[in-house]
Design a protein around this ligand. Structure first.
Ligand code: HEC
Length: 100
């Protein structure tokens, strides 16, 4: 019984650890200046992005391209500036955004 709860606890810690890691990537790369999970800032919320792209079966690729190149007119008048510094983290960020 003790061993089982230790396993459950370890899994819970691992899972929350990975969620935090991606939120940390968004912080580290400055995304949070313009994006939030639920509050609209300069850019659309992570939830809006996930909703808008969920019909796209290549959504993660679409988002990786948007992070690298930027873009505009999908949500509003302000363009998304290219985020070249996030290149190494773009795939993880795209995956994480689509979980919202
Ligand atoms: C200076 C503000 C700003 C920063 C910093 C910023 N974004 Fe954006 N982002 C925007 C705006 C504005 C849009 C909406 C553009 C539009 O109308 O299509 C957007 C759109 C997006 C989209 C949607 C693309 C799509 O095709 O649906 C993704 C994904 C995204 N941002 C991810 C990120 C990530 C990840 C970072 C950090 C590496 C980041 N953004 C940093 C302003 C920003």
């Amino acid at each position: 019984m003790k061993a089982l709860s230790a396993v459950v606890l370890a899994a819970a810690v691992l899972m929350s650890g990975s969620a935090l890691a991606s939120a940390d990537l968004a912080k580290k790369n400055g995304c949070v200046a313009c994006h939030d999970a639920a509050v609209k800032k300069i850019g659309p919320t992570w939830k809006d992005i996930a909703a808008k792209n969920k019909a796209d079966k290549d959504a993660e690729k679409t988002l990786v391209a948007a992070i690298a190149k930027g873009g505009k007119d999908k949500y509003g008048k302000i363009p998304m500036p290219p985020q070249p510094k996030a290149a190494g983290d773009a795939a993880a960020l795209a995956k994480w955004i689509m979980t919202h």
